[in-house]
Design a protein around this ligand. Structure first.
Ligand SMILES: [Zn+2]
Length: 268
């Protein structure tokens, strides 16, 4: 590749095999196309993501790892750049937030030394799956453990309700994103993908005017002298929006879970 810009390293934390494709693939495609070093940190083994009992367990794990590989091949085909995948190997649905998991995330960050990090939003989540929340929380608390000199340049949260940053993408990349998502056949039927695409296009149509172009909305985590900011509580407008959103999604409105580091035993 003949890009003259300095290459950077980008880490995408994904709880399950399809979350990168579902949540942040457009940004990933552009990262790869620019010739950057792109790493996906897959937190779980994805043994449970099916309603078919006979498929749960190792059989599903094998299928989903194969699908993950196929999605990576789609990216390679279109960007000429290979995404590297690190598998953390935690059990699907049971990703814990504890000293062991936190240390393992810190270890990965110290080894990989990424410039940019993407992870699911743990505080203003639009998805309440335990693994999604804990993946985001682990990245957040890992930032507190890293020394100032070890911190990435920027951290972004996807699957976020309270976005503050827009990343441009090319409209044609939607097709690639969809092709990659379609590789997760155990998760999405062709019909489901078509319906999702329709909704996505309607959603993006409205977003187009807001962003004055095609852009993916994320939330940037701000740092204050090397310490990640403490998220603000919801304001009234957020609460109202969240209420309607939760009802529309069929997710019961629940109190946001705000564990303090002290509660989590992260600081003495
Ligand atoms: Zn997931």
């Amino acid at each position: 590749m003949s890009h003259s810009k300095k290459k950077i390293k980008i880490l995408y934390f994904s709880p399950h095999a399809d979350d990168l494709e579902f949540g942040i693939s457009l940004t990933c495609i552009e990262s790869l196309r620019l010739g950057n070093e792109v790493v996906e940190v897959l937190m779980t083994n994805c043994e449970y993501g099916t309603h078919r009992i006979d498929f749960k367990g190792n059989r599903l794990k094998k299928i989903r790892m194969w699908e993950l590989d196929k999605a990576a091949k789609i990216y390679k085909k279109h960007t000429d750049n290979q995404i590297k995948i690190i598998k953390m190997g935690y059990i699907d649905g049971f990703l814990s937030l504890n000293k062991n998991t936190l240390n393992s995330v810190v270890k990965i960050l110290r080894k990989e030394k990424p410039d940019l990090i993407f992870a699911p939003d743990p505080w203003y989540a639009i998805d309440f799956h335990n693994d999604h929340l804990n993946t985001g929380r682990l990245v957040y608390f890992a930032m507190k453990k890293l020394k100032k000199t070890e911190l990435p340049k920027r951290v972004f949260f996807y699957y976020s309700f309270k976005t503050n940053f827009a990343i441009k993408y090319y409209r044609d990349d939607l097709e690639i994103a969809l092709e990659a998502l379609s590789q997760h056949k155990s998760q999405f039927s062709p019909l489901k993908i078509k319906i999702s695409l329709l909704f996505l296009k309607i959603f993006l149509f409205f977003r187009y005017f807001k962003n004055r172009g095609f852009a993916k909305q994320v939330r940037e985590l701000k740092f204050i002298e090397g310490i990640p900011e403490i998220h603000e509580k919801f304001n009234l407008k957020d609460k109202i929006c969240y209420f309607f959103y939760s009802n529309w999604m069929g997710v019961p409105v629940k109190e946001e879970y705000y564990p303090t580091p002290r509660e989590l035993g992260l600081i003495k």
